[in-house]
Design a protein around this ligand. Sequence first.
Ligand code: FA5
Length: 340
Amino acid sequence: MLKEKIAEIKTKSFAEIEKTASEQMLYDVKVKYLGRKGKLTEILKNLKNLDEKKRKTVGALANRIRMEIENAIAKHGREMSEKVDWEKEAIDVTLPGKKQELGHLNPITLVQRDIEKIFTSMGFEIADGPEVELERYNFDALNFPKDHPARDMQDTFWVKSKKESLVLRTHTSPVQIRYMEKHKPPLRIVAPGRVFRNEATDAKHEHTLHQFEALMVGDDISVGNFKYIAQQFFTIFFGKETQIRLRPSFFPFTEPSFEFDISCSICGGKGCRTCKQAGWIEIGGAGMVNQNVFAAAGYPKNKYQGFAWGFGLERLAMMKYKIDDIRWIESGDLRFIKQF
Ligand code: FA5
């Protein structure tokens, strides 16, 4: 009975050894039959319970099979290692290591950091607001009439909401209201952030862009303050005198309002594809804060005055780094981003 069991262990273990294809598999077979709780080890452990004659014959047989299994394992191990193509497996320790590539900051991040540095050095605080904004802050509190075309589906991404009406903010101006609701003048803030517009893209227009809002409120802040700060800012930002042009415009939340352009740095003002041959590029809108906006933020009417402006970071980055198409910026194209 025991002899048959040992013979079976031999046949099975030999078959399994033949099939192994790695050192780990070979080791597992060894443990299965010869390990502390191995099948053959169990038999050897129980020899003491047999009578003397049987113990001798069975013991001799079990030990012989044990040796045979060990030899078979060793032989198979050698055969496996002979099959390894050492030429292929060899590691050339003299090869140079793989260089870990560093990421690159998007030009928008670079521009935003520059602007924040310049404005904080002029005593401005940095404020923030949500990208998914209440219609109330994005439009109503900013004095947009209910039927203003900017609220149209064509211009604004509306967000489905069961409670208050929500939009993806179309500009950074709602941060003005959020900040003024919590702070009293005098105040000067800048609010950079991402905004969204439902519009067709071209070399100057994106549907997802960044704006930079500035707001300065006090007892006697004037357009003169705005012009001086704008001039200072652009001169430091571009590192050279940059021309600014103000044009009368209209925004519901400022009065008077103007659009301001800077001379196109791509063509130096001569006219190119980016500035549509104008020599100027529209950078932002600005104006004196409308008293209705102060009232919406909880200030008494006609007590304070201030200016606000908002400009596009992409347009500024395009001017600074001479990028001729806005669509490169969010393209995710590594050939573009690796230049920064
Ligand atoms: C506004 O968004 C106003 N909130 C700006 C403002 C703030 C006026 C405070 C007065 C007081 P406007 O829609 O003109 O204005 O956009 C401002 C700037 O954002 C533009 O001059 C341009 O630089 C940038 N901009 C607007 N739409 C796009 C677009 N689709 N792609 C790239 N840049 C854009």
